[in-house]
Structures are given as C-alpha cells and as structure tokens.
Design a protein around this ligand. Structure first.
Ligand code: NAD
Length: 487
C-alpha cells in the first residue's frame, strides 16, 4: 500500500486536542500517511499575515493533494479574511460535502432515520466577499452566481449520488425572490437532472426546505444548494443528529481536497480535554476513502460506531439514563475507539466504504462550454447618494428628469431599497439616502456606451452624486435584470 503525504494543521481552540486524537486513531489503524505540519490560523493572523497563512505554509498546502485541517479561530474584526474561505477558493475546492446521519438510539436524536448528505457550492454566492459601503446608510454585498459554477456543483451532486448509491437529489434555492441568481441555479439543476433519469430529483424553496429538514430529515437524501444556504443548513443538520461535534466535512476540487470538522474551534471548551473529536475523525475517514484507503476507513468507522454503541460518550452527546454508559473526555474517547479497532457495531449498520465504488476524489466534472448570447444594452440603472429636501422622491425625480432631457434617455422610475418611489410613490414608503434610478433610451431599442457617458455627465452637471451604475441587458432577447417592485 503506497504512503500518502498529507498536510496537517492542528488549528486553534480545541483544534490541537481533536487533531492529536484523530491522528492517534489513524496511526493505530495503520493508515499509510506521512504528515507535513503547517502553522496557520490565529498566531499567523496576529503575526501580520492577514490571510492567516504564512508563505511557507502555502507552499506545503499547494504541494500536497490532501489537507487535514483542524478548526481555526478567525479573530473578530480588524480586516482578517476567513482562512477557510481563502483556502477553498485559492485551491478551487468547489464542492463541500457534509454528510449528516443519526446514530439512533445510541446518540439521542428525534430522527432515527436521518441519513443525508449536503453538497454545498463552496466558492460563489455572497462568499465572493465583494462588499461596498455606498452611502452613509447603505452597504451592499454582491451575490455572484455563475452558470459554470452552478453546473459543476450540481453535476457533482448527481455523480456523488450515483457513486454512493443514493436515490434522490434535492435542490434548495430562494428563486421566488432572487429570480435571476437563484433562478439560474434552479434552471441549471433542471437541465442537469434530465441527464440523470436514474436519480430522483426535486426542488424546495430554502426556507420551507430547511423547516422540513428540521422536522422530517428522512425525506432527504442528497441536498445540493448555494454556498450560504448550505452553510446554515449543514449546521442545522449536524445539530439535529445530536451534536455539531458529529459533523465531518470534505472540500473537494479537481486536483486537491481538504478535510475538516463542520464545527469551529469551540473556544469555550479549549484546553479542557472534553471536546468530541468525532467531527474531525469523520472528516479523516472521508479523506482515507478519497485517498483510496477504503478498507482502513471502514475499520476506523466501525470501531467508532462500536464506541458509540457501547455508550462511551463525550459530554456533548452524553445523556443520563439513556444509552450513555461512561462519560469520557477527548483522550478517553480516543482510547475507546483504538481499543475497538477490528470490531464492528452490533445494532447500527456497519460501515463498508468502497463497496458502492467511487470516492469524493474519483468524481470528474467537466462543465459544458457556455454559449455566447447576443447581448443588447437596453437601459441603465444609475445609483445615487441623495440626502436633501426631506428625501422627497418627486424632487430627485424632477432633477433627474431635467438632466435626462438634455440626453437621449428617459427616466423610467426610481426605487428606494427596491420599492418604486417615483413616479407615483406612496408617502408611507421609507426612504434611505440610496436611490436606484432607471433610465431607458428615448427612441431607440438599443443604447450605446457613449450615450451612457452622456447621461452620467448630464446627471453630474445637476450635481447629483452618482455612486454606481448597472447596465440593463437582454440576452438573446430575454430580460437579464429584475424589475423594480411596482414597476
Ligand atoms: P463552534 O462550532 O466552535 O462552537 C459552537 C458550539 O458547539 C459551542 O458551544 C461549542 O462548545 C460546541 N462544539 C463545537 N465543537 C464541539 C466538539 N467537537 N465537541 C463538543 N462541543 C462542540 O462555533 P463558534 O463558537 O461560532 O466559532 C468559534 C470559532 O471557530 C470562530 O473563530 C469561528 O470563526 C471559527 N470557525 C472555524 C471553522 C473552521 O475552521 N472550519 C468553522 C466554524 C467556525
């Protein structure tokens, strides 16, 4: 069996304790691994590396195809970027695979039949991290959804379902509100689902989908969703299995992968020797399967299941009077798993990795090239910062009508926080200092960029503060922008 060289970060808070526990179990099981340790996280941040990752650590992380990472503390405030987001995006780890399963009756959970996998898009959405304060009152965060990014993660979810013998893929979006961004994700889901007639598929609006997950998780098998929804959903899912300490997570790209626990560095438990190492251990088991060591992964998973069955429980899952027999700390739990290597659970279904073929690493995704469409400029939204004259929409409307009169444009409407306030706004509508002013060409179907510049000059001339513009396009004749509420 060939040895795999992996990068290991011991992390912050409970990180070192649960990493040492995990590596002790891997070593005792004879996992053929060699470790390159990197120092990343809180100390690196405080030493001035705003990404939390010193240069030397980056070299190691980029060299080894697999990275086992303990939780890292992101210092609050002060311009520190999340290290997790940086690694996922820099290494193109586009798929975040988070299985959630209950171990009823040994770990208390109201849902004995829960066994699902959340496949979360890992690079786009609001995690693009493009934010701007535009006026004294208004901040914007850009939600970026791409067709190739959506296709890749959705295809990954279907391939994962096939490789692991799962029957259904459910998509969750909020496309009743975000008709373009979430609408694109849902549309790509419909297209890709047609190519997998052997896998059942359905779609849920994220709010009611989350409520169903929290009350009837047995209805779900594989869930594929956008970055932010997946982040929230997987914490909900792992919490209802009994503890966030039971969630493992794989971040998978085409050439590299990172494995970790779902939870964070739990500063409240750090240094007390009481943390549950199971989340990181389950991440490590996913890693072994990914590396092709399915047999060792199976041995460890079964020893771990037997430990749960025997009632050897850390504080987060220990319940007096239930199936818990002995309350242990991190080391006691680790020793109990090591003692049981070679044993199988008697009641819980035994693990058997590799049997259904495939691994997170074996899934190759080739998104189709996106066809270029005919793009036409049919209008422009000019965003302005305006805080005068009691914020009376008719006043700013009049000023902009006057400005437009000197150009080839017509002011169609103004919205404030997405609600139409001009013409014919309602006096009850609340107004901030941030106004979106929609202009359309006066008598042509298509505008030119020169005309955009003319309009902006005209607005500047009447001393209105332009803070940004968005072009309104059609693509092959289809509207590529949302209408204002009331437009
Ligand atoms: P957390 O997940 O660390 O803790 C939430 C709660 O769950 C706490 O009550 C904690 O005691 C409990 N808990 C977590 N892991 C446990 C375990 N293994 N055993 C028993 N109980 C456990 O979330 P938080 O407190 O919001 O975040 C703490 C820090 O972790 C923050 O700096 C955050 O940025 C960071 N974080 C890192 C990652 C990561 O590295 N992947 C993920 C999430 C949060």
């Amino acid at each position: 069996m060939s040895t795999s060289r992996i990068t290991v970060a011991r992390g912050d808070g409970i990180g070192p304790e649960i990493m040492d526990a995990t590596l002790r179990i891997l070593d005792a099981a004879g996992a053929p691994l060699e470790y390159d340790y990197v120092e990343i996280g809180e100390q690196a941040y405080l030493a001035g590396h705003t990404s939390g990752i010193p240069e030397a650590a980056w070299e190691t992380i980029r060299r080894n195809p697999v990275f086992l990472k303990a939780p890292i503390t992101t210092p609050q405030g002060g311009g520190y970027k999340s290290l997790n987001v940086t690694i996922r995006k820099s290494l193109n780890l586009f798929a975040n695979v988070r299985p959630s399963k209950t171990y009823h009756p040994f770990v208390e959970s109201p849902f004995p039949d829960m066994d699902l996998v959340i496949v979360r898009e890992n690079e786009e959405d609001l995690y693009a991290g493009i934010e701007h304060q535009q006026t004294s009152e208004v901040v914007q965060s850009l939600k970026l959804i791409t067709r190739p990014g959506s296709e890749r993660i959705i295809r990954y979810a279907f391939e994962y379902a096939r490789a692991y013998g799962r029957k259904k893929v459910s998509c969750m979006t909020k496309d009743n509100i975000m008709k373009h961004a979430d609408g694109l994700f849902h549309q790509v889901f419909r297209e890709v689902a047609e190519e997998y007639p052997d896998i059942e598929s359905d779609h849920h609006i994220i709010d009611i989908g989350t409520a169903r997950l929290a009350t009837a998780p047995g209805d779900f098998d594989v869930i594929v969703t956008l970055n932010l929804y997946g982040d929230i959903l997987s914490d909900v899912a792992s919490q209802i299995t009994g503890s966030v300490g039971l969630g493992g997570s794989a971040n998978v790209g085409l050439n590299q992968a990172m494995f970790e626990a779902v939870h964070g560095s739990a500063p409240d438990l750090a240094g007390r020797g009481v943390a549950n190492p199971s989340g990181l251990l389950l991440g490590a088991i996913q890693m072994l399967v990914h590396l092709g060591h399915a047999e060792i992964a199976t041995t460890i998973a079964n020893a771990w299941l037997k430990t749960l069955e025997d009632g050897i429980h850390t504080g987060d899952i220990y319940r007096e009077g239930g199936h818990s027999k002995e309350r242990v700390g991190t080391d006691g739990f680790t020793d109990a798993v090591i003692t049981r290597l070679g044993q199988k659970p008697e009641t819980l279904p035994a693990a058997a990795y590799g049997a259904s073929g495939g691994s997170t690493g074996g899934i190759r995704i080739e998104p189709r090239p996106v066809e270029r469409k005919e793009k036409k400029l049919v209008g422009i939204d000019v965003f302005v910062d305006w805080d005068a004259r009691d914020r009376n929409a008719d006043v700013i409307g009049g000023m902009l009508e006057a400005a437009a009169a000197a150009s080839d444009w017509r002011l169609k409407m103004i919205t404030n926080r997405g609600v139409k306030v001009y013409p014919d706004g309602l006096p009850e509508t609340f107004h901030t200092d941030h106004w979106r002013c929609r202009f359309v060409p006066l008598d042509t179907e298509e505008a030119s960029f020169d005309e955009v510049l003319d309009l902006l000059s005209a607005i500047h001339f009447v001393k209105v503060d332009v803070i940004k513009t968005e072009h309104l396009y059609t693509f092959d004749g289809e509207r590529g922008y949302s209408l204002g509420q009331g437009e």
